[in-house]
Design a protein around this ligand. Structure first.
Ligand SMILES: [Fe+2]
Length: 507
């Protein structure tokens, strides 16, 4: 039997669209980007209702929104083993330019997406704007922030993790805050994770934001399981079972994101840390802080789950052991090399999942730290701070997410001295729609964190950063009401920092 006879001729009529999960683009480079879609007949069915045969999909890229000036086109196969997702890596486009793209299967046509290639490697770029988003629990809010983001003039979106949430929270307070249902159980298998991603992608607001901008995404814990590390899960799965769950979760994540073939998982492993160049303005480094890290220090004892908790500074010497790793040996060495090279661009932007500045917490009369963050990995954290400090210029800006609060902080040179000179600026984006951190508790510790200039865990939204050659401006854009799909947005706070002299200034 030849190849042709094992390919399903798409029988879609114009009215029966298999493109209900939308289109996306991502990981822009100077002559292209990935364009993505996934074919489904029934998004929440185990295989999307698409059957077991590959399906022919044509794609085209144009220089105009009406798709008249088509500059690239091709045919590819949506493969059943990849949940009929399509990832096309475009080549040969002009740098620093907007393009539009769409897909066709049979007579059915997708909506038209817009993307933008990165500027040429040495191009003089006066400014760029990006949005950083994270933590979008389906149950606890609507995504008006994405709906409104579409009107922003931004070049790309950074997604810093918790794209999906594997589990609802069952506490009475959480149930009270529920805005919409997840109609199935906690995922374990590949088809479970696919269904969860399909649910999230079915929302028109997130589809609009994907169709409007290229996204550069990394994962955090909830794409697999809350607070998991390389080899441990909060439910204390045996290693083999955890690796199987990781393999399923990573696979479904890749299938649903505009990622390149180089990021495609092989079993429980996937190369997600990577680097991007935006002309001579931004050298962007994206880190993976889940896949390789040491187990949480000072774990809670069974039957309590092995998850994040706050411990007193003097009660957990394990967190300070030099052999601990957050990035794994290879990634840490790679990052060290990136930071040690002569500058490739005006700014180094590090996109990562966690709060990157030290963050002391109140623990009764004592001071403590959260075991799941960088503070639980003190030695590798200081090693990276030293690498940033050793750069000839103060040109580093670090983005983070994870703790469901907006934070602006100077990053001190030494973890042990929070008053030490700032070596970089740090912005933590708040949750798109996840449950908020404890605002009172976080702000109560502000006097102990003199480098932290702003904390707010009362609002949902994203962070919009504009980088010019001499300054960076970051604005926290928040929804008036996360329960309202049409909510308007406002700026909660805005901060500026100067290239060469990191010190946040509130505007
Ligand atoms: Fe989160």
């Amino acid at each position: 039997m030849g190849l042709v006879s094992s390919v399903a001729r798409p029988a879609f009529s114009a009215s029966e669209s298999p493109f209900s999960l939308g289109v996306a683009s991502g990981d822009p480079w100077p002559d292209g980007a990935v364009i993505w879609t996934r074919l489904v007949r029934d998004a929440l069915a185990p295989d999307g209702g698409m059957g077991a045969l590959p399906i022919e999909v044509t794609w085209e890229v144009a220089r105009d929104e009406r798709m008249r000036d088509v500059v690239r086109s091709g045919v590819t196969l949506a493969m059943p083993e990849l949940a009929h997702s399509v990832h096309v890596e475009l080549r040969g486009l002009e740098p620093g330019r907007v393009y539009w793209y769409r897909f066709r299967a049979g007579a059915a046509e997708s909506s038209t997406g817009r993307t933008r290639t990165a500027p040429a490697p040495n191009a003089a770029v006066p400014s760029l704007r990006f949005a950083a988003a994270a933590c979008q629990h389906w149950m606890y809010g609507h995504w008006a922030a994405y709906r409104r983001m579409v009107d922003d003039d931004i070049d790309f979106v950074l997604h810093l993790g918790d794209y999906i949430y594997e589990a609802p929270s069952s506490s009475p307070a959480a149930v009270k805050q529920k805005v919409r249902d997840v109609p199935f159980d906690i995922p374990k298998s590949l088809s479970d994770y696919r269904r969860m991603h399909a649910l999230y992608k079915s929302d028109p607001a997130i589809q609009a934001a994907h169709a409007a901008f290229p996204w550069i995404a990394i994962w955090d814990d909830h794409e697999v399981e809350n607070d998991y590390t390389a080899t441990r899960s909060q439910s204390r799965l045996a290693l083999g079972a955890l690796l199987q769950q990781r393999a399923a979760a990573y696979q479904a994540y890749w299938e649903h994101m505009p990622l390149r073939m180089a990021q495609r998982p092989l079993g429980p492993d996937a190369l997600l840390y990577r680097r991007f160049a935006f002309g001579d303005l931004i050298d962007l480094i994206m880190l993976d802080e889940r896949q390789y890290r040491s187990p949480l220090a000072c774990p809670l004892q069974p039957p309590r789950p092995d998850r994040n908790h706050v411990v007193a500074l003097d009660a957990c010497p394990e967190a300070f052991e030099p052999a601990r790793t957050m990035l794994g040996q290879d990634q840490e060495l790679w990052l060290a090399n990136c930071l040690a090279e002569p500058a490739r661009a005006r700014w180094v932007v590090i996109g990562q999942q966690l709060v990157f500045a030290p963050l002391l917490r109140k623990l009764g009369e004592k001071l403590g730290f959260a075991t799941d963050g960088w503070d639980g990995y003190a030695a590798p954290h200081q090693r990276i701070l030293d690498r940033i400090a050793a750069r000839p210029n103060r040109d580093t800006l670090v983005l983070g997410g994870d703790i469901h609060a907006f934070i602006a902080a100077d990053i001190p040179a030494r973890r042990s001295d929070l008053g030490s000179p700032a070596i970089a600026s740090h912005f933590v984006t708040g949750p798109l729609s996840s449950r908020l951190a404890d605002h009172e508790r976080l702000t109560a510790a502000l006097p102990e964190n003199p480098h932290v200039k702003f904390v707010d865990a009362r609002r949902h939204g994203y962070t919009r950063c504009t980088l010019a050659r001499d300054r960076a401006l970051c604005e926290f854009r928040v929804a008036d009401d996360v329960r309202d799909p049409d909510s308007s947005l406002a700026t909660l706070a805005a901060f500026e920092t100067e290239w060469g002299k990191p010190a946040l200034r509130r505007l």
